[in-house]
Ligand binder design. Structure first.
Ligand SMILES: [Cu+2]
Length: 164
């Protein structure tokens, strides 16, 4: 029984690793550090479908806030190691800033490429971007979970037969 629990846990871990890959359409996972008081790297270029994660690595409170209102992390406190993620599905250039430190030049941009020759838009243009919280639809997750749980149970059955 303990082995079954182990296998179920293993299946769940595998699911966590597989599901984002399945839903990402060749996107990448890119990390931008929030330092005192600048983004590193401030200007990045990623393929469509990429998820950008801002990770707080400083002592001051920071935000990542879209000029177009597409995302706003809210204040992330210094020393928290907190982070915020956003998935970019539509090509374009998305400019953002840190609310407490915009005046000190704490700004950045994410340029999203790809999507069949769509021209890259300047920041502030009306980008038809469906807001995405970085999670794949449950319609993908549930079958994947069922599949992997089944695989885990099957593996358990095979292993138990071998040990007998
Ligand atoms: Cu800041």
């Amino acid at each position: 029984m303990r082995r079954l629990l182990y296998l179920v846990a293993l299946s769940l871990m595998t699911m966590v690793l597989i599901v984002p890959t399945a839903g990402a359409q060749q996107g990448q996972n890119v990390t931008v550090m929030m330092e005192d008081n600048y983004f590193d790297a401030a200007n990045i270029t990623v393929p469509a479908g990429s998820t950008v994660t801002w990770v707080h690595n400083g002592n001051n409170p920071h935000t990542t806030t879209s000029y177009d209102g597409l995302w706003d992390s809210g204040i992330i406190q210094g020393g928290s190691g907190g982070s915020f993620s956003f998935t970019f599905n539509e090509p374009g250039t998305y400019e953002y800033f840190c609310r407490p430190h915009e005046n000190q030049g704490m700004v950045g941009s994410v340029t999203v490429t790809g999507g069949g020759g769509t021209t890259v838009q300047a920041g502030g243009a009306t980008a038809p971007l469906p807001p995405s919280g970085g999670f794949t639809a449950p319609s993908v997750i549930l079958p994947a979970a069922a599949l992997l749980l089944g695989a885990g149970a099957l593996t358990f059955a095979v292993l138990r037969r071998r040990t007998l």
